[in-house]
Write a protein that binds this ligand. Structure first.
Ligand code: PLP
Length: 291
């Protein structure tokens, strides 16, 4: 069964799907995107992702390509045509196609692409064993709250991590604070079982999973402190983990050369992972437009 992509109003076999060479996403990275996790036939936190997409677009003065309900129908159609039950749905919106010129073109329609990629269920080994992190300088721009398609610093960081055998890179600012991961939010747990993560603002992406974790941790009776933490604090943490839509709550067992606690995923991290999986299981099935 061929994969199907949605490109500016048409459903096209993935291998033939393409955009114009003067699409400003290609020319200037002039666009924003979202990744929505599809878990066993559920679009997880769909409405929050669409709200964040709207916000990214509005911060960039890019018009929304369609009304939210229409977009939700297209999302379902892309999932259906790809027979995806577990996987990732990518939505990418750019300012549109126009002759190359930095200024916004006068009248231009935004361009939208949606793709779906089925993936196996989240590997249990990652929860059982945890992952390694490499810390690296955060060289990104000053608007990391926008989910822009311009990801070069993130790509370079992830590649550097991979080259040292680490799974993810944690980005570190000029004051030695961990801002976030190259494609995830970064968390530590203190000896007093307090969860710590960088506050939202212009330095990080306000992760949708991060927000869900804050609520779930509260329900479980844990305190979350939204404050910066340093690399040294992370090395000495009781537990550490990363979060994003495709990795939920993934334990971190090593940061650079520092093994976290006894090198095994922490109990609180595992409890949160399990609670997050339950939250996904309890989400509305995809055919519902109720969120
Ligand atoms: C830089 C960055 N931070 C954080 C996240 C986590 O966001 P979410 O939980 O919405 O997937 C991502 C997700 O891809 C990301 O790219």
């Amino acid at each position: 069964m061929p994969r199907i992509a949605y490109v500016n109003g048409a459903y096209i076999p993935h291998r033939y799907a393409s955009v114009h060479i003067e699409d400003r996403g290609y020319q200037f990275s002039d666009g924003a995107y979202e990744v929505v996790n599809t878990y066993r036939g559920r679009l997880i936190d769909e409405l929050r992702h669409l709200q964040r997409l709207d916000r990214s677009l509005s911060e960039l003065s890019i018009a929304s390509p369609m009304a939210q309900q229409a977009m939700r129908l297209v999302m379902r159609e892309v999932v259906r045509r790809n027979r995806m039950t577990t996987g990732l749905l990518y939505i990418q919106v750019t300012r549109g196609v126009a002759p190359r010129d930095h200024k916004f073109p006068r009248s231009i329609k935004p361009a939208m692409v949606m793709t779906a990629r089925s993936i196996p269920e989240f590997p249990q080994e990652m929860v059982d064993d945890g992952v390694k992190i490499l810390t690296i300088a955060d060289i990104r721009w000053a608007r990391c709250d926008i989910k822009s398609v311009a990801l070069l610093p993130n790509i370079l960081a992830k590649q550097a991590a991979a080259e040292t055998g680490a799974y993810e890179a944690w980005l570190v600012d000029e004051c030695d604070y961990v801002t976030e991961g190259s494609s995830s939010n970064a968390w530590i747990v203190t000896v007093d079982n307090i969860l710590v993560t960088q506050p939202t603002g212009r330095r990080i992406l306000a992760g949708i999973t991060r927000q869900a974790i804050i609520s779930l941790a509260g329900e479980l009776g844990y305190t979350v402190e939204e404050r910066p933490f340093t690399v040294t604090e992370a090395y000495q943490a009781k537990e550490a983990f990363m979060s994003n839509s495709s990795h939920f709550v993934t334990p971190v067992t090593q940061i650079d050369d520092a093994v976290i606690a006894n090198g095994k995923p922490g109990n609180l991290t595992i409890e949160l992972h399990q609670r997050y999986v339950r939250f996904m299981e309890e989400s509305a099935p995809i055919d519902s437009l109720m969120g």
